[in-house]
Write a protein that binds this ligand. Sequence first.
Ligand code: GLN
Length: 392
Amino acid sequence: MKEFSSERAMSFTESVIRDMTRVCLKHQGINLAQGFPDFPAPAEIKEAAIRAIRADANQYAITWGTPALRQAIAEKFVRYNGVAMDPEKEITVCCGSTECMIASLMAIVNPGEEVIVFEPFYENYGPDTILCGARPRFITLHEPGWHFDEQELTRTFNNNTKAIVINTPNNPTGKVFSREELQFIANLCLKWGVVAVTDEIYEHILYDGTRHISIASLPGMRHQTITINSISKTYSLTGWRVGWAIAAKRLTASIRKVHDFLTVGAAHPLQEAAAAALRMEPSYYQTLAEEYGERRDFLLKVLEDVGFRVYRPGGAYYIMTDVGHFDFKDDVDCAFYLVEKIGVATVPGSCFYSRPERGMTKVRFAFPKKMETLQQAAERLKKFKPHLPICF
Ligand code: GLN
């Protein structure tokens, strides 16, 4: 019989992260798998959305985003990231950073061209490269510091390289790329004419005085960077699906066309509210980072006390752990034990790697949760007896 599914669709699996949320619901676990907050979004942003709906901002917005939101994005990008971009011609609002990423890659990559991806990587980038027909080239981030090998990266750039995907602060490792590392990458991009596609959605979730640098702010990179961001993580609004891609005029023209035919546009009233979100006072971001810092420190200690080997994140809201010294067959075995027997959902590390065996000893915990949720998870994790041989 004729195969109805495309080879493309069959060449990747469903998201393991989203699947672990469903497994968690089935077992009534505490969801430290998929990264979304269980605490309320800021009241003033919710009010702004309600006002926008009442004012009848209920029809299509301009395809590439409402003027108010694009203006707010441009102002914030100069203020926080140090790069001036034209809201009329250089910003595209999409349905979350997820759409920004696929729309951007489809806008720039021809089938067979190479896209460099650091691994471990956020799961979506794998299917994203397949969907745009790219040939992915993976560069390992080596633990414990999650550094890349400069020579390996240098050797990987070539005439057929079209883009490099950067994610800083990084999911799942918590690595925050330093200025020196970004400069090294930028030099290669400039030498080979490669576009940096940078996912910076965790830019305000930083610890221990770490600073966020946007590669677009480095000399010469303004013209060949696509900076992707969203309201999801910074304002705890993951379900609103409002994100944006910032790029120089010609790149933006292509991104806008792909975006238009993919989705037409993001929800209009939520864009109006997002514009209000981007104008929050500086103290909002400070409190956000401080509260995440408390959650991080709490969960790090819980996990260490139970025997996990932890990688201390410098940013974002995940803790990568190593479980290779426990008696599990692999990461999936460990994650299923955790959700089914302990009642805490996590993400098996292999889904962040192109070669799953590299993540076989790793499990990721997400901590965008109320302290009381993390305390409940801590109570449950106390029952975890990893030193006992586990047959499962
Ligand atoms: N970024 C989140 C994570 O890694 C999930 C995002 C999503 O599922 N769309 O868990």
